[in-house]
Design a protein around this ligand. Structure first.
Ligand SMILES: Nc1ncnc2c1ncn2[C@@H]1O[C@H](COP(=O)(O)OP(=O)(O)O)[C@@H](O)[C@H]1O
Ligand SMILES: CC(=O)N[C@@H](CCC(=O)OP(=O)(O)O)C(=O)O
Length: 297
């Protein structure tokens, strides 16, 4: 391509994005960055640039991060065994301490650093800060599909957001900052609860009335039993896939989050491959969408 044609193509890409900038300026986007997607430092830098660009065009991004694999690695180093039920980590007191240390400590600050490198101002918090989230203990769960006969398991200090006060997010956004939220919350009893990061992101998206919820992971999107990408899903489709047993592990809380978010008024929730450079920008601002888009109908 000649240099002139290349310049023209760049200008056209920007113009293609203009209606989106205009339509979504002032709205909130909640972006969940999964622990699996974080493995690649280059993709992480691209991710941070995308977030800073959203902020620069007047959108208010709120980042929620995971860190499941990183918590797992730290538990292994400490010789603590760990297990999951329906994609949720069974969390005793020691595990909750390690989860908070890894999530609120190292990962949260790493992401704040990446955003700063990309020229943005991020503020790292957890659900405990500014009364953002009050957690309640999740109910006992049966193990996996067809686990109906098994004794339900007590997941310990696994929480879900019971109340959300978005004031701290709005204050930070108004001040030009990008909130980066670790999925940890305090219960009314003062205990620390480990919250699945997808669930946390969905609760914030619902409370903010976010225009979009992006869940960045390490797969192309939701795959059917044949391994093919499903590009558009509704809550009815998701219920069918779950009954068929096509959804397992971490995809269970992810899809439940999408359903809850769109039913609470979020326009769309998108599951995207966070390993693909600039996946979120390409999905949102151009016609070259990727991943799985969940909408109410
Ligand atoms: N139907 C499905 N389509 C895609 N991925 C699925 C499906 N069912 C289960 N998964 C699993 O869900 C994982 C994504 O969830 P998770 O490991 O919690 O990621 P993250 O750390 O990004 O939240 C995928 O890597 C895949 O192994
Ligand atoms: C209760 C529960 O399962 N909490 C998660 C929190 C981190 C998380 O959700 O990280 P990803 O998004 O990277 O999976 C955990 O302990 O792994």
């Amino acid at each position: 391509m000649s240099e002139d044609r290349q310049m023209l193509a760049k200008a056209e890409t920007l113009i293609e994005a203009l209606p989106y900038f205009q339509r979504y300026a002032g709205r909130s986007f909640v972006v969940k960055y999964g622990g699996h997607a974080m493995g690649n430092p280059e993709a992480a830098q691209d991710f941070a640039e995308d977030i800073v660009l959203l902020k620069a065009v007047g959108i208010n991004p709120v980042v929620v991060h995971g860190g499941g694999p990183q918590i797992g690695a730290m538990l292994e180093r400490l010789g603590v065994e760990t297990s999951f039920v329906d994609g949720l980590r069974v969390t005793d007191k020691r595990t909750a301490e390690v989860a908070e240390m890894v999530l609120s400590g190292s990962i949260n600050k790493e992401l704040v650093g990446w955003i700063a490198q990309a020229g943005g101002k991020a503020i790292g918090i957890s659900g405990k800060d500014g009364g953002l989230v009050t957690a309640r203990k999740v109910a006992r769960r049966s193990r996996g599909v067809g686990g109906g006969n098994a004794e339900p398991v007590d997941l310990g200090f696994v929480g879900e957001p019971a109340t959300v006060d978005t004031a701290i997010l709005e204050t930070a956004s108004r001040a030009g900052m990008i909130p980066v939220v670790a999925p940890i919350g305090a219960g009314e009893d003062g205990a620390t609860y480990n919250i699945n990061a997808d669930t946390m992101a969905g609760a914030l998206a619902a409370a903010l009335g976010a225009a979009r919820l992006f869940l960045l992971t390490d797969v192309a999107g939701v795959l059917n039993g044949e391994g093919e990408l499903l590009t558009d899903l509704t809550p009815v489709d998701i219920a069918r896939l779950e009954t068929e047993g096509a959804i397992t592990g971490g995809m269970i809380p992810k899809l439940q989050t999408c359903v809850d978010a769109v039913e609470a008024g979020c326009e769309a929730a998108v599951i995207l491959d966070g390993r693909v450079p600039h996946a979120m920008l390409l999905e949102f601002f151009t016609s070259r969408g990727a991943g799985t888009l969940v909408s109410a109908s």
